[in-house]
Design a protein around this ligand. Structure first.
Ligand SMILES: [Zn+2]
Ligand SMILES: [Zn+2]
Length: 350
């Protein structure tokens, strides 16, 4: 029912693509991260919460929003969206045709973060799953434990007269940590990329703490003891100098592996991810009851082999979706050198 083509996942019966990586006529979008939501398509269908984020990132165009569990008919194929728990608006796409059901997960997370909607297991014959953290070493602590660590780290930095600089992806992770530190500091400064997302969400009525945008005019004294939230693209650049003295903490699932933290020169690594860990992936897949699983972006070969050993028919599929780290690079392109995206928007949105 869904084919893996060089433009992306394609449903021929319904004549639409899901998260295509090249411009197409009809794109169904799981979520607004740039490796899943690319510019240039004629029309976009996504969840209501994703729509303003898509507009922010892709510019003007033809967008249609759906509620979760609302069914739309596309050339006789039934399509509906279901919470994926990854970031605000992130959805799994359920596709039904002639009694057969496929579900495309997009990116997903099992733990409910209070913003993204609770991951909903959807029964299907075939499930297409991501595998970003599909190795047994990836085993998350509860987010409340991680938030406790982050809060203590900020308090200690305050005692030392240091600015706390948290590195977090501008869409998803940043909103989670900003909400989590509200009780420790009311003094939150954010990078422009995070500011743009924050303003869009506030306009949509999301209840997020007040933040201040970092500008060249902000005086150095204001940063003392405060929290700064910046995207990975800003880490290690001269832009950071204004915060000195500061301590850098990185929020990422990759921080589970100590080598990553050392390589990225972080003072502190917080293992906080917007993706399911190893057990989360297995739990989600079993809950679908699917008898066939396609495994995409991540550790797809190791993870599909493991599923086979469990008696689940599985195959790995090559896609052009990024890993969590590559997502950050996409973000850097989206917030700084906008040129290529803008060009594509011009040709696609008429
Ligand atoms: Zn994502
Ligand atoms: Zn992804």
């Amino acid at each position: 029912m869904i084919d893996f083509t060089d433009k992306g996942l394609y449903c021929a019966a319904g004549r639409f693509y899901i998260d295509p990586w090249q411009p197409v006529d009809k794109a169904v979008i799981t979520h607004a991260h740039s490796d899943h939501a690319r510019a240039g398509s004629r029309s976009y269908l996504c969840h209501h919460h994703t729509l303003p984020l898509l507009q922010l990132r892709l510019g003007p165009g033809s967008y249609q929003g759906l509620a979760w569990n609302e069914t739309i008919d596309m050339d006789g194929v039934k399509v509906s969206l279901h919470p994926a728990g990854h970031i605000i608006g992130s959805s799994q796409v359920r596709v039904e045709h002639k009694g057969e059901v496929w579900v495309v997960s997009g990116d997903y997370k099992i733990e409910n973060d209070g913003l993204s909607g609770a991951f909903e297991p959807v029964c299907c014959n075939t499930f297409i799953s991501e595998s970003t953290f599909g190795l047994p070493i990836y085993n998350w602590k509860s987010q409340s434990a991680i938030f406790y660590d982050i809060q203590n780290w900020i308090r200690n930095n305050q005692l030392d007269g240091k600015t706390s600089v948290l590195i977090a992806y501008s869409l998803g992770k940043a909103q989670r940590v900003i909400k989590a530190v509200e009780e420790v500091t009311g003094n939150i400064f954010v990078h422009g990329a995070i500011w743009n997302v924050h303003q869009t969400l506030l306009q949509q009525g999301w209840n997020l703490p007040a933040v201040q945008r970092i500008t060249p005019e902000t005086s150095k004294d204001e940063y003392k003891g405060s929290l700064v939230v910046a995207p990975p693209s800003a880490d290690g650049t001269p832009w950071m100098r204004r915060f000195a003295p500061y301590s850098v903490g990185i929020c990422s699932g990759w921080m589970q592996v100590r080598g990553h933290q050392r390589r990225r020169n972080a003072d502190e690594g917080f293992v906080l991810s917007d993706h399911a860990d190893w057990n989360g992936l297995i739990q989600a897949i079993k809950a679908t009851g699917a008898n066939k699983v396609f495994v995409t972006h991540g550790f797809q070969s190791a993870f599909s082999r493991f599923l086979m050993e469990q008696g689940i028919e599985a195959a790995e599929v090559k896609t052009e979706f990024g890993t969590e780290e590559e997502e950050a690079q996409f973000e850097a392109g989206a917030s700084e050198g906008k040129s290529s995206e803008t060009e594509q928007t011009k040709t696609g949105a008429s």
